[in-house]
Design a protein around this ligand. Structure first.
Ligand SMILES: Nc1ncnc2c1ncn2[C@@H]1O[C@H](COP(=O)(O)OP(=O)(O)OP(=O)(O)O)[C@@H](O)[C@H]1O
Ligand SMILES: [Mg+2]
Length: 198
C-alpha cells in the first residue's frame, strides 16, 4: 500500500504522518515513513535547489524527478515488495503544483512521469489549507521561511494542488481542522484497507 501525503508547506503533513504511523504500529501494520525530496542522493538535490535561487524551472523539475526516480527504485519499490506499507511525504503532485506554479508545463511533467516513474499511489491525502493559515503555522513553528514559502506563490500552488488532485488518487482533506480531527478523518479512510491485508 503506497500512501502519499500532499499539501503546501505548513499544511500539517509531518504531524499527520506521525499520528498515522503510530496508529499503524498499534494495528501491527508493518510500514515505513519516507519523504521527498532528498531522502536519497544524500540530500544533495534539496541543497542545490535551496542554494540556486534562479534555477531554470525545467532544470529544477528534472532534479526533483531524478531524486524521485532514485527514491522510488531504491526505497519505495523494495519496501512494497516486502509487503510494507509506505507513508510518503510529498510525491508527483508536489512537482505539478510547485513547479507548475513557476510556469513548468504540467503536460511535460505528466510525460516524464509516464516515461520514467510510472508508480501511482494507491491513495493520497491532500491536506488543504489557505496559504495564510499555513504561513502562520510555519512562523509559529519557528522555521526559517524559504523561497518556496511566500503567500502569493503558495496561493497558486494550492490552486494547482486542488486542480490536479484527482489524477493522483488524492482525497482532499480540510486541514484547517484540529490535528486530531484531521487524523480521525484520514484514519477513517484507511481503516477499511486494513481488512484487505487479511
Ligand atoms: N491541524 C493543525 N492545526 C493547527 N496547527 C497544526 C495542524 N497540523 C500541524 N500544525 C502545526 O503547524 C506546523 C506545521 O506542521 P507540519 O510540520 O506537520 O507541516 P508540514 O506540512 O510537514 O510542513 P512542511 O512542508 O513545511 O514540512 C507545526 O508547528 C504543527 O504543529
Ligand atoms: Mg514537513
Amino acid at each position: 500500500m503506497f500512501i502519499v501525503f500532499e499539501g503546501i508547506d505548513g499544511s500539517g503533513k509531518d504531524t499527520i504522518i506521525n499520528k498515522i504511523s503510530h496508529w499503524l504500529a498499534e494495528q501491527n501494520v508493518a510500514h515505513i515513513t519516507t519523504f521527498e525530496p532528498g531522502n536519497v542522493l544524500g540530500g544533495n538535490v534539496r541543497n542545490i535547489i535551496k542554494e540556486h535561487k534562479k534555477l531554470d524551472v525545467e532544470a529544477e523539475t528534472l532534479l526533483f524527478l531524478a531524486d524521485r526516480k532514485e527514491h522510488i527504485e531504491h526505497v519505495v519499490k523494495p519496501a512494497l515488495k516486502l509487503g510494507l506499507w509506505v507513508l510518503q511525504n510529498r510525491y508527483m503532485l508536489s512537482t505539478v503544483a510547485y513547479q507548475g506554479a513557476k510556469g513548468m508545463s504540467v503536460d511535460t511533467i505528466y510525460e516524464l512521469f509516464d516515461k520514467f516513474i510510472l508508480l501511482k499511489p494507491n491513495i493520497c491525502f491532500l491536506l488543504d489549507v489557505p496559504a495564510e493559515v499555513a504561513y502562520q503555522r510555519i512562523r509559529r513553528r519557528g522555521s526559517k521561511i524559504d523561497k518556496f514559502e511566500n503567500i502569493t506563490y503558495l496561493t497558486i500552488v494550492r490552486k494547482l494542488y486542488l486542480k490536479y488532485a484527482q489524477d493522483w488518487n488524492c482525497k482532499i482533506v480540510d486541514a484547517t481542522q484540529r490535528p486530531d480531527d484531521v487524523y480521525k478523518e484520514i484514519r477513517g479512510v484507511l481503516f477499511p484497507l486494513l481488512d484487505d491485508m487479511n
